[in-house]
Ligand binder design. Sequence first.
Ligand code: PLP
Length: 428
Amino acid sequence: MTASQPTPASAATLDAQDPLRHFRERFHLPPGPDGQPSVYLCGNSLGLLPKAARAAVEQEFAAWERLGVEGHFHEPSMWMHYHETLAAATARLVGARPLEVVVMNNLTTNLHLLLISFYRPTVTRYKVLMEGGAFPSDQYALESQVRLHGLAPEEAIVELVPRPGEHTLRTEDIEAKIRELGASLATIILGGVNYYTGQAFDMAAITKAGHAVGATVGFDLAHAAGNLELHLHDWDVDFACWCTYKYLNSGPGGTSGVYVHERFANRPDLPRLAGWWGHDPSERFQMKKGFRPMPGAAGWQLSNAQIFPMAIHRAALALVDEAGGMAALRRKSEQLTGYLEALLRGLNLPATMLEIITPADPAARGCQLSVLVHRNGRALFEHLAQQGIIADWREPNVIRLAPVPLYNSFQDVQRAGAAIENWVAQAE
Ligand SMILES: *Cc1c(COP(=O)(O)O)cnc(C)c1O
């Protein structure tokens, strides 16, 4: 089925044919102003609450209540080994081996921990390549890392910007910049999907180009994990991290995932910040001197596991697996976002009024479409909110719409398109 004729009837048909349609019932959809479920297109900012999360947290409350400290050592909780129970599903999620992933801390914290190990500037090789206008936390993280090494951000950080008149980056331009920086380039750190434009980068090509000049290559997958099919191991990516509260529905401030390629699994010599949970578990409680990291990504852990956010995350990851994994989600996602795109294009609005800045190629984007509204964008955003359509506003004039395959329907997208259409009709 193509998205050629987006009408309420075609939306209903597409929903009826959608093999994932029942997953919507597994989430709490926030009510809109009329008390009916809103059209929630904001899963790129905060994913919805899976109904299974409450029971998962309750189980840990019950263990704590009944067992106290013994909950560390008793089924079903086994808090001692809790993080290990997330490794297999996490590895499937990002296309990695279980040894290559760990769940811990929060995203920006993990970005710092990884940069400590993988951004190792020398006198001649010290530059970092990142996106211009990267998410602010990433900008601050990189600035401070560069300063930590006694370097000036203006000299060490190189930003990629689109060609004049374009909104997104071309892979060939990224590769050319990497070649140009050559032996001065220490590390590349990009978003897997840019949070503002929704552009998905060609991570395999960028990694290859980075390695060809001797740089380490990492990705912030905040907007890619749970959104794209990832093959981090096969793409040969060195390191990555992501949050779990956006497309992974694991709750506000939820825990974060980390990936470190297998080739670094047994490199205790790699500089890192250490803590007892990254130490060889056979000696963890012997309180000995001398840090000996565990093999793999687990060797970057600092602290004992955050059981409550991880319980939510475990329940949320189980839904991804139950739906058939990222391949199944992505199939629907491409169709759903294509449908939204067809609706918006069908309005035939001049680009001087409303322009989709996300790439048109499905391989170069995830769920999200970023719509640049040249006039009265804020008014459109508020009009949508009044109609129970929850989108996301980014200064100065972008509305981000992210139909999520796990819980959004084609009829959701249809409603959003109709609301934009009637706002435009009013505004004229
Ligand atoms: C959402 C997001 C963050 C948020 O960082 P936290 O440490 O989870 O607060 C950071 N970077 C990017 C690219 C993001 O999209």
